[in-house]
Design a protein around this ligand. Structure first.
Ligand code: FMN
Length: 446
């Protein structure tokens, strides 16, 4: 199985799922524009980036099938595999610096100008690192954490960062209350497994490195940082080390985000970088915001975590899908094998509880394909009555990047599109033509 970005690029090459661009491309808009065109089809490797000696890759996994290939499971088992990894975490391993490719080049002064950091959207505040896995630790308990954050280049060794109210913000608040900086490291150029693990919706104190190790099916190899008290992925292309400064805020943004709107500019925390370590001839990875690479990274681990929580409440829940039209975050569809009246509503509550971003949940029966928006709408059209089956909760915590929210305060909508228990089964039986599935129309046409 893979253990680095390079391993993954080899797999993509073998499957014809990466194309190389040798023509010169601009960091401003051109890489993002081309990445967007290839979105959901194949990865792009830019070998000739104007003004930069380092190649850029984007679209590492733009389909569920590509993520499943990385994890080594069939596509329909992907969410289950992520969920299982979270349920049975494994130890990581600390290896010696001499064995760690990411330590081939070590520099204690950082000049971000040497990295090929793209500008993605028209109104972005500047170049952004979008595919950095940020490593941090709880300053009190020492528990580790991984998360991805948009990082605005504010100077040669300064990054502005958006920290939504989750685990990193918790650590930062604790450090800041003591007037201390918080050590962080940012790994750029890792494989889809580590990217997926970083997105796990795990309880506070649950180290995502252990979920990654479970997904790799072997201990993820880490190596101590040079200037920070953190272990970093030994096979990353690039690791930036630094610290989140206490009581410092600088303007970060705007930035074109996954809901296809700009996150506004405002004062945000700042990371001061203290070291950069890389492989020889590193490759830089950028995620073009709002592409399927970005959306699925959000959806797959969330679906895995959500399914666990939903099954805890409704054991006969079957599957959950965070739909692309709902930004792969806001709209969930849950299939249940309904046994008791009311279960659909319990499944909704569990979904809302498992992820603060979810604002609409549709619950359907097992004869509905939750990945097919037409089938889901059909269930709503024919099995749902608003007076009976609608749930609305006002003013819960949602997502600040949703422009319809009131700075993150968001209403929650539940739609029970399941057939009421005790209904006449014939009334809700889907029509079917026997043998249709196996008929080959082409064989009949003259
Ligand atoms: N979360 C943020 O708080 N700020 C961001 O700027 C941000 N950017 C992201 C960019 C990408 C490409 C992806 C895939 C996710 C991003 N996220 C961002 C989401 C977090 O990384 C994710 O919710 C993570 O699980 C949070 O981890 P935590 O709960 O352990 O803190």
């Amino acid at each position: 199985s893979i253990k680095s970005l390079r391993d993954w690029l080899d797999v993509l090459k073998g499957d014809g799922l990466i194309k190389t661009v040798s023509r010169e491309v601009n960091l401003k808009y051109e890489i993002a524009g081309l990445g967007k065109k290839a979105d959901g089809k194949y990865a792009l490797l830019f070998n000739n980036v104007a003004g930069a000696g380092i190649p850029v890759v984007t679209g590492l996994a733009g389909t569920r099938a590509m993520f499943a290939k990385a994890v080594g499971v069939p596509t329909e088992k992907l969410v289950e595999a992520v969920s299982a990894a979270q349920a049975s975490p494994c130890d990581f391993a600390i290896i010696d610096k001499s064995q760690a490719p990411v330590k081939e080049v070590v520099e204690l002064s950082v000049d971000l100008g040497k990295l090929p950091i793209p500008v993605h959207h028209e109104k972005d505040g500047g170049p952004y690192i979008t595919a950095g896995v940020l490593i941090s630790k709880d300053p009190e308990t020492g528990a580790g954490n991984l998360s991805i954050h948009r990082l605005h280049v504010l100077g040669p060794n300064r990054l502005g960062i958006l920290i939504l109210p989750r685990h990193l913000s918790h650590f930062y608040r604790k450090a800041e209350a003591q007037g201390k900086p918080l050590d962080v490291a940012i790994a750029i150029g890792v494989d889809p497994i580590l990217l997926l693990a970083s997105q796990a919706i795990a309880p506070l104190g649950f180290d995502e490195y252990t979920i990654a190790s479970a997904l790799y099916d072997r201990p993820l190899e880490l190596v101590p940082g040079e200037t920070v008290d953190l272990a970093v992925p030994a096979h990353a292309e690039i690791v930036l080390e630094g610290r989140l400064l206490p009581d410092v805020r600088e303007i970060e943004g705007p930035f074109g985000e996954y809901p296809k709107y700009y996150g506004p500019a405002s004062p945000k925390p700042v990371i001061e970088l203290t070291a950069i370590t890389t492989r020889r001839n590193p490759i830089f990875h950028t995620i073009v915001p709002a592409t399927m690479e970005h959306m699925l990274l959000g959806a797959i681990p969330r679906e895995g975590g959500m399914l666990q929580v939903i099954k805890g409440a409704v054991p006969n829940a079957l599957a959950v899908h965070l739909t692309p039209g709902g930004t792969c975050r806001y709209h969930a569809v849950i299939a249940i094998d309904k046994q008791n009246e009311g279960e659909a509503k319990n499944a909704m509550f569990a979904a809302f509880a498992s992820s603060q971003e979810v604002k609409r949940v549709v619950v359907v029966d097992k004869d509905v394909d939750i990945f097919d928006p037409v089938d889901v709408e059909w269930a709503i059209a024919t099995r749902f009555q608003a007076g009976r089956d609608l749930v609305v909760v006002s003013d819960a915590l949602g997502n600040k990047l949703d422009p319809s929210s009131n700075d993150g305060l968001s209403d929650k909508l539940g739609i029970d599109a399941t057939v009421p228990c005790g209904s006449d089964p014939f009334r809700f039986e889907k029509i079917r033509i026997p043998g249709e599935k196996d008929l080959n129309l082409d064989a009949y046409i003259d």
